[in-house]
Write a protein that binds this ligand. Structure first.
Ligand code: PLP
Length: 460
């Protein structure tokens, strides 16, 4: 098995790696995802007489009304995942700051804002979205390694809750901008605990050679510098070790490292009011079995209770991934001597996870066929973009016909937000479903929108 396969975004434990091997073997014959079994594991989706529904609405209806490719989200699934966090940590003071970058559509943010969620942002643009969606800036934490003076100014003017500081120079910049504005900036230091999240290298962030955070060894010194700064109010400590973690052990390791530091800080007269454990909890895409939010909480609670600080989390993927699907239509079937290609109307510009992280996502039919599996062939599901890396899945055993609607599951996180206009392809529509209601929450782009701000060269 090649390195890039073992590094698959969802193969994290030795157990998962052997699953990965099994999957690789399956690939040679074609991975057959049992659509009904998968749907039984995922929220909001259900086959009703062979027709796939999201909440109470058939996917075929949505594809017809909104066209394809389209992202569809379940409001109930978003709410349920959010409440799984807030209920599981109900015994202790906590704040769930949804990581906006996972899915930043205003409708998604608005639904969470109405539940009282906080937000984890990584840019001034995301802060503007939170405010436009009715979110409370006081419940915002601002993460990210490259905050600029204008981002910091905007965040201070809107009155965000806390900056998650990632370097000495950022701390100095926040102090100087806050002094200019005559404001006090509340801060937390993002500590890099040097734990291995055992996830895909591109989404592992808590190792000492990652660009994120301040090393555990230097943290005390940086806190002491912060304590000297007149416009800085030390509020907390945070970490974020990676994404799509399916086990709780790396979170425990990180928490233990942070607790050590908190004790050290106390001994040096620095008292914190919150600890922020970041995001990163994984989800089931096909055959992963991540720890549930409730079990995650139950494992962490004893240590957190003993600590006595307010606890923040910054979940993104685990709130929205399985609340969303991407609908796409089969445009061309191209069997060749070596491989069968199904060319669909979604491509890597719409969903980049398979190309970027070798992510395996569920691809299931909108309508189950009643004929026996005779017609099933092994297909690469690819987009129409001029890149060999433009695939959504490889070697999937499916019965396909031109015009069929396919549903890519687990598409609610890091889906639309990572889409681009490569090949001058308009970005897709986004739709929210709640029970039997549905509403367009982002219009499909028009081709003329894509170059509306460009100009012909006029000088000579
Ligand atoms: C991306 C990110 C998150 C969210 O991660 P998920 O894996 O989507 O839960 C939280 N905090 C920070 C600092 C991040 O960069």
């Amino acid at each position: 098995m090649s390195n890039s396969t073992t590094a698959n975004e969802h193969s994290v434990s030795p157990q998962d790696q052997s699953q990965g091997q099994a999957q690789e073997q399956n690939h040679n014959q074609g991975l057959e995802v049992d659509a009904q079994a998968l749907v039984a594991q995922l929220p909001a989706l259900d086959y009703d007489n062979g027709a796939l529904k999201i909440e109470g609405v058939s996917v075929a209806t949505l594809a017809k009304q909104y066209g394809t490719p389209s992202y569809i989200y379940s409001k109930q699934a978003i709410l349920d995942a959010y409440h799984a966090y807030s209920d599981s940590f109900a015994e202790i003071p906590h704040k769930i700051c949804y990581a906006v970058k996972a899915n930043s559509n205003l409708a998604v943010l608005g639904i969470l804002a109405r539940e009282g969620a906080g937000f984890d942002i990584v840019s001034a643009g995301e802060l503007a979205r939170v405010i436009a969606a009715g979110g409370d800036p006081k419940r915002v934490v601002f993460s990210g390694v490259g905050k600029r003076a204008d981002d910091i100014r905007f965040a201070l003017e809107t009155g965000i809750g806390c900056f998650n500081v990632e370097s000495d120079s950022e701390l100095e910049l926040i102090q100087s901008v806050a002094a200019q504005l005559d404001k006090i900036a509340s801060i937390s230091l993002r500590v890099n605990p040097n734990v291995d999240a055992k996830t895909h290298p591109y989404i592992s962030t808590g190792l000492k050679d990652n660009k994120f955070g301040i090393s555990h060894e230097r943290a005390l010194e940086v806190y002491q510098q912060a304590a000297q700064m007149p416009n800085i109010n030390i509020q907390g400590i945070d970490c974020h070790i990676g994404s799509q973690l399916t086990e709780v052990a790396p979170f425990i390791d990180a928490l233990d490292k942070l607790i050590e530091l908190i004790d050290d800080l106390r001994a040096n007269g620095i008292e914190l009011s919150h600890i922020d454990l970041g995001g990163g909890l994984g989800v089931q895409y096909i055959d992963e079995s991540p720890i549930s939010i409730a079990d995650f909480a139950a494992t962490l609670l004893p240590k957190l209770k003993a600590l006595g600080l307010k606890v923040y989390f910054e979940p993104g993927r685990s709130i929205v991934a399985n609340a969303g699907v991407l609908l796409t239509r089969v445009d061309v079937l191209k069997p060749t001597q070596h491989k069968n290609f199904a060319i669909v109307d979604a491509a890597m510009n719409d969903m980049i996870r398979p190309a970027l992280y070798q992510a395996e996502m569920g691809i299931i039919p909108a309508q189950l066929t009643t004929d026996s599996a005779d017609g099933a062939k092994t297909w690469d599901i690819v987009g129409a973009i001029c890149e060999t890396g433009d695939f959504l899945a490889k070697n999937r055993k499916l019965t396909l016909a031109v015009g069929d609607v396919l549903t890519i599951t687990g598409a609610g996180a890091y889906g639309f937000v990572m889409s681009s206009n490569y090949n001058t392809r308009p970005r897709s529509a986004e739709v929210m479903v709640s029970k039997d209601q549905h509403q367009l929450i982002r219009q499909r782009e028009l081709v003329e929108d894509l170059f509306a701000t460009e100009q012909l060269w006029q000088a000579d």
